[in-house]
Design a binder for this molecule. Structure first.
Ligand code: HEM
Length: 362
């Protein structure tokens, strides 16, 4: 967080593509937790460092392609006799991507396996890959975890954990810039609770109901997984009077639930007060707001996601004043979205930040 804030500090007064900075921040956190370190060069620097095998730019491109190909509609899946023609070229792109990902994961897993072998009996897992490798070596486990399984899990965590949180914060700041009075309300709360003598820490979050409400309102209006992940009915069932046959593929459209005037007053408006003093949470208990899904298949990373979003959002608001570049008027800020596996802004937000707090207080 400190590296993120000081990078932004260095960009004060200049137009900044916020999403690039946020992705770099979330990717650094996730790869440290999952892979044990960053396997790509430092953010904002495309030169490869001695320890990195990819530049951040290359890594981000791989993730973007992975997200895009996960979301596309491949004709061959629906009309199987056309499959071999690969009319849209998606299958070729998937194979090319697989080669790049294999190279990356082979390097990462080989390095981890070497370390595990060197340490032998003294080995204690310190990141997710090490933990998964330990499980895959366990002869007594009921369901054997294969090498491919370790790779799959690793990829799920990296792909699921980075873009989602970065996209949510980018939407939150975009909505707030459109209504400067909301930024004023949020910063008044931050000044009141923390004062101007320090930045925000993770443990401050429970004292900041406005930040919590801004995050919920962002997730209502701009859920990243608009149809959640496809679910499959394991048996015949009845939901709210509708019969659902075993084997049915079910899509839950949380985007339209968030914009339903039956559930929300003036749903098109971004009004975070609607959550103040209300007991509506995002953890799958309140069915009108399900940004992480619900039940056994809900997002396993939601606590981490919430922490990354709330702490970065609070620091961005407490530490900086926000403006649009080149005298662009707030009413001219385009809010179109692009549908994919995550739902980002069509045009990335470019903003100018001016410091509100000195950096040395971090
Ligand atoms: C704003 C942050 C995030 C949002 C909105 C989000 C949302 C979701 C949603 C909607 C699903 C599908 C749930 C369903 O099937 O109904 C999901 C699945 C998943 N998420 Fe997240 N997520 C976020 C952050 C994270 C983080 C930080 C991680 C990991 C470090 C993560 C890892 C995963 C994984 C591995 C799955 C697949 C679970 C499965 O298929 O069983 N997510 N996420």
């Amino acid at each position: 967080m400190r590296a993120f804030v000081s990078r932004l500090y260095g960009l004060s007064g200049k137009p900044v593509v916020l999403k690039d900075q946020l992705s770099c921040f979330t990717l650094s956190i996730i790869s440290r937790m999952v892979l044990g370190k960053k396997y790509f060069s430092v953010c904002g620097d495309d030169q490869l460092g001695s320890n990195s095998i990819l530049s951040l730019h290359e890594f981000q491109e791989i993730l973007d392609e992975l997200f895009l190909l996960n979301g596309v509609l491949n004709i061959g899946d629906w009309i199987p006799w056309l499959d071999f023609l690969d009319l849209q070229g998606y299958v070729k792109r998937m194979k090319d991507l697989r080669k790049k990902l294999d190279r990356f994961y082979d390097y990462v897993l080989d390095e981890h396996k070497r370390k595990k072998k060197e340490l032998a009996k003294d080995f204690v897992p310190r990141d997710m890959v090490e933990l998964l490798l330990q499980i895959s070596d366990d002869p007594d486990i009921d369901v054997k975890l294969t090498y491919d399984g370790v790779r799959g899990f690793t990829q799920d965590l990296i792909a699921g954990g980075t873009d989602t949180s970065a996209t949510t914060v980018e939407w939150a700041i975009s909505e707030l810039i459109k209504q400067p009075q909301l930024i004023k309300q949020a910063t008044e709360e931050l000044d009141r609770v923390l004062g101007r003598e320090r930045w925000v820490k993770e443990e401050d979050i429970p004292q900041l109901p406005y930040i919590d409400a801004i995050m919920k309102e962002t997730m209502r209006k701009h859920p990243v997984a608009v149809l959640l992940a496809p679910h499959l009915a394991m048996e015949d069932c009845n939901v709210a009077g509708y019969d659902i046959r075993k084997g049915t593929r079910v899509f839950i459209n949380i985007w339209s639930m968030g914009r339903d005037s039956f559930l929300w007053e003036q749903p098109e408006e971004f009004r975070f007060e609607r959550f103040l003093g209300k007991k509506i949470g995002v953890k799958g208990q309140n069915f009108e707001l399900l940004p992480f899904g619900s039940g056994r298949r809900m997002c396993p990373g939601y606590t981490l996601g919430l922490k990354m979003i709330q702490t970065s959002l609070a620091n961005l608001l407490h530490g900086f004043n926000w403006e649009l570049p080149d005298n662009i008027k707030v009413e001219d800020l385009n809010m179109d979205e692009v549908y994919g596996l995550a739902t980002p802004r069509k045009f990335p937000l470019v903003a100018v930040m001016e410091p509100r707090l000195p950096l040395h207080l971090y």
